[in-house]
Write a protein that binds this ligand. Structure first.
Ligand SMILES: [Zn+2]
Ligand SMILES: [Zn+2]
Length: 148
């Protein structure tokens, strides 16, 4: 029986679901898929300049696992760059440190503690069009403008 993977803890959600090369139409069949834990490792190591030990602790995985995820993320990004492929950020073996929501009317983001209820209205504009970002990024809702 395969050993269940330890879920990697995420502390943030990406701003967009993906990127596509200039002057090309989206071709999702050709897209490189970056998993959420790969995005998070790039964000923490390359963007926030954290050391691998710190990232391992934050994501609740071992140091070698961080290095493995980091290497695979870099291979994917460089493949997309060199081959001119779109890439999508979606899925992964993850759990959230907080819940993230976004208002579809004004794009305002809200991050709540795990035991807090989903907000019914946007704290910025009052709209009730609130989406859970986990639906988009972890499962891929395919309905909102982010997923299209
Ligand atoms: Zn709003
Ligand atoms: Zn979506």
């Amino acid at each position: 029986m395969p050993r269940a993977k330890t879920l990697r803890t995420l502390h943030d959600m990406p701003v967009v679901k993906g990127f596509r090369p200039l002057s090309m139409r989206a071709n999702y069949r050709q897209a490189v898929i970056l998993k959420l834990e790969e995005y998070e490792v790039l964000r923490l190591i390359d963007y926030e300049k954290k050391i691998h030990e710190e990232v391992a602790e934050m994501m609740n995985v071992s140091r070698p696992t961080v290095t493995r995820i980091y290497n695979s993320a870099r291979i994917k990004i460089s493949t997309a760059l060199v081959e001119g492929r779109s890439f999508l950020i979606e899925g992964g073996d993850v759990r959230m440190a907080r819940n993230f929501y976004q208002c579809e009317a004004c794009m305002h983001r809200m991050s709540l503690l795990l035991d807090e209820d989903k907000p019914t209205v946007c704290s910025a504009c009052g709209s009730d069009k609130i989406l859970s970002l986990a639906d988009c990024f972890v499962r891929g809702c395919r309905h909102c403008r982010r997923c299209r």
